[in-house]
Ligand binder design. Sequence first.
Ligand code: ZN
Ligand code: ZN
Length: 418
Amino acid sequence: MTAPQQNHSSPIDPAKLDRLAEVAIRVGLRLQAGQDLLITAPVTALPLVRRIAVHAYSAGAGLVTPFFSDEALTLARYRHAADHGFDRAAGWLYEGMAKAFTANTARLAIVGDDPMLLAGQDPAKVARANKAVSVAYQPALEKIAGFDINWNIVAYPGASWARRVFADDAEEVAVRKLADAIFAASRVDGDDPVAAWADHNAALHRRAAWLNGQRFAALHFTGPGTDLRVGLADGHEWQGGAATAKNGVTCNANIPTEEVFTTPHAARVEGHVSSTKPLSHQGTLIDDIRVRFEAGRIVEAKASRGEEVLNKVLDTDEGARRLGEVALVPHSSPISKSGILYFNTLFDENASCHIALGQCYAKCFVDGARLSPEEIAARGGNRSLIHIDWMIGSGTVDIDGVHADGSRTPVFRKGEWA
Ligand code: ZN
Ligand code: ZN
């Protein structure tokens, strides 16, 4: 008699991995019976994708279709492809994705690759390839940013990512540490993660409701290297935790999430701001960002590392120099307290107040689901091919809410809710 081999030495707890898959389907997507599911994932995340497919089909999924990426394949392009190829992107694939979303297919993205995979490559080629993808991806991004369908991002502890985060550890130790950190941040380390998420969503909804009651005209951030007034869009709405997509499904688009966030006014941001954590953007690390805004537009941008890539990003289009999101996260958030720098936006943005360059979210407007892109723009919502979050919060940042009459209400003091 033979029994299936169990790999007891895997550094990734299989029970918790299965719970993460369950949370992605039942909380992150709240996948509906009969709904199709499109998954993008690095090949390293195959064990998670398989568990997700089991939970998706058990929840009544129609068809689960995965698309995989691979670090070695990505690097092969940079090392061997002809120069003219770096302006190409698989437009047909993104058009197909947009078509799938129009047909109510849910979207699950798994992150897990080395965040600095392209650090050693020619920044000009990286920028051209990124721009080509941004342009080609636009029809699909519109449906994601417009929240047409339920979508979700979760993380898998890939070995090369783990080695970046825990550089001093052996690979197996690094993977175990990153896996445990992902499971804790994703709230799947307890017995009833679905109930834990219900409690967490209720807490985030209370924060968003308080901010919506205040109807601030602007937020004023002050701290070392930062004196920034972020005007908020007309008719903005604060969001946090689970939200309802236009297809009627209430889902948690990001797992983990600790933020409450809304839409800044694209023309009403003034002053200067410094980043408080490095930003990993599509394989390049950009550190010590310092920018100055005038009338909503970045007029000066510096970085101690990756400045060339940063400036290429800002030149993507007119909206790339303006803000599409402002988000509040207390310095004591569990992800911040872990003290880990993940080099991954899904995690690092949930450890710190942040702003995002580029495209705004339609759901961050009152009745946003009913607004046309023109109506969103008229209220101050920004439009761009990009949406890039970067971290500006720390234990030393204060934030005032500024009312239309100029009166002020403390919102954050020393990185915590006032
Ligand atoms: Zn955010
Ligand atoms: Zn964002």
